[in-house]
Design a binder for this molecule. Structure first.
Ligand SMILES: NC(=O)c1ccc[n+]([C@@H]2O[C@H](COP(=O)([O-])OP(=O)(O)OC[C@H]3O[C@@H](n4cnc5c(N)ncnc54)[C@H](O)[C@@H]3O)[C@@H](O)[C@H]2O)c1
Length: 345
């Protein structure tokens, strides 16, 4: 297939690009190269004949029209977004612009293209979204695809809005779409402002490891390469007009996750004090959702997909990746706002 992947220089998008190219797909990677992007993430495939990079912004309708006309993709995998909750608290406007308005422009461009090529049933607009659209859970329960949307942060509200736009373009104009809502990803190339890289890199530097509130928040952790595999599975086998939740079947409280990472570092970088001694509790994020958990029944029973990486294995691989790729992440730490406490209102 010829895939137009938006946000392919970001964390998850680059994993999708690497896997799709490895599986023989042609890939057009469209990315605006914001602070969160890094073309080194796709360096392994950049010279492959089936790979193209287009520097463009999804808020630019003319650029999108040109890309569709030039490359005539068979499917769109839409990952481009502003993705950091803390930044959405400080500056929600960028999240509305890219995640809502940008998705609208991409839908319009995809629709014009789909109509121009004769409305093939095989075309897909695959929108990649988050479990955060469902809001928060208490100690019990899981999000299913029927859970009502109740987003609590500007980020999750903007993603919820984009999910609704995608659905509407399917219902109103017939654009063949699938939506996926996944849990928290982690793994190689994770941008150093997100929880797991912050823990690893602060621990390595001997700096305080910030844990929001009491560290009681629970997330379901999905290894990014498992996620990329799930996305290609849904693209290939998912039913048009349906959404699929994707989880890692790896629930953990933040404080337990941090202790697991510190334990791995104690083994790989022994000497001196225990890394867990660096844990420092800081003021909680406003509106911090307590717990997310995914009911994986639909993707498992309908598409036969399950995650393959346990949290222990995934964290081990992630820590190893950061230890071996100093040059890649160090440059990103100088980017705007990285390493600062954001989103405290
Ligand atoms: N990271 C997670 O745990 C997680 C969980 C659930 C869902 N998601 C969703 O998955 C997608 C990818 O997340 P990520 O963590 O890889 O994000 P990321 O922030 O690492 O990457 C986003 C990419 O999108 C690009 N981009 C941003 N604005 C753009 C614009 N206007 N035009 C073109 N490109 C633009 C950036 O340059 C960057 O390369 C997002 O849609 C996000 O909402 C992420």
């Amino acid at each position: 297939m010829k895939l137009l992947v938006t946000g392919g220089a970001g964390f998850i998008g680059s994993a999708v690009v690497r896997l799709a190219v490895a599986r023989g797909h042609e890939v057009i990677n469209l990315d605006a190269l914001t602070y969160a992007a890094c073309l080194d993430n796709v360096a392994d495939v950049a010279k492959e004949p089936g790979y193209r990079f287009v520097h463009a912004d999804i808020r630019d309708p003319q650029a999108l029209a040109d890309v569709f006309a030039t490359y005539t993709p068979d499917a769109v995998m839409h990952l481009a977004a502003e993705s950091h909750v803390d930044r959405s608290i400080d500056g929600p406007g960028a999240f509305i612009d890219t995640n809502v308005t940008g998705t609208y422009h991409l839908l319009q461009a995809a629709l014009v293209h789909w109509e121009a090529v004769g409305k093939p049933d095989t075309f897909r607009f695959h929108h990649i979204s988050t479990d955060e659209v469902y809001g928060t859970l208490g100690a019990e329960g899981q999000f299913t695809e029927e859970t009502p949307y109740a987003p609590n942060s500007p980020y999750s509200a903007s993603k919820a809005a984009s999910d609704h736009l995608v659905r509407a373009w399917g219902e109103t104009y017939g654009l063949p779409y699938v939506i996926t809502n996944c849990s928290n990803n982690y793994g190689p190339y994770h941008f150093p402002e997100k929880l797991i890289p912050v823990v690893i890199l602060n621990a390595l530097a001997g700096k305080p490891i910030p844990v929001y509130g009491a560290g009681e928040n629970v997330r379901d952790w999905l290894y990014v390469e498992d996620h990329a595999d799930a996305l290609l599975t849904v693209l290939d086998q998912g039913t048009v007009g349906r959404s699929y939740n994707i989880g890692g079947e790896n629930e953990a409280r933040n404080i337990d996750l941090v202790h697991m990472i510190c334990g791995i570092l104690d083994q790989k970088r022994p000497g001196g004090a225990l890394h867990a001694d660096l844990i420092t509790f800081v003021t909680d994020r406003p509106g911090h959702d307590l717990r997310y958990a995914i009911d994986p029944a639909r993707i498992r029973t309908e598409l036969g997909w399950r995650p393959s990486v346990t949290l222990e294995e995934g964290l081990e691989r992630s820590v190893t990746w950061y230890l071996e790729n100093d040059d890649l992440w160090r440059a990103l730490q100088n980017r705007d706002g990285v390493g600062e406490r954001l989103g405290t209102v």
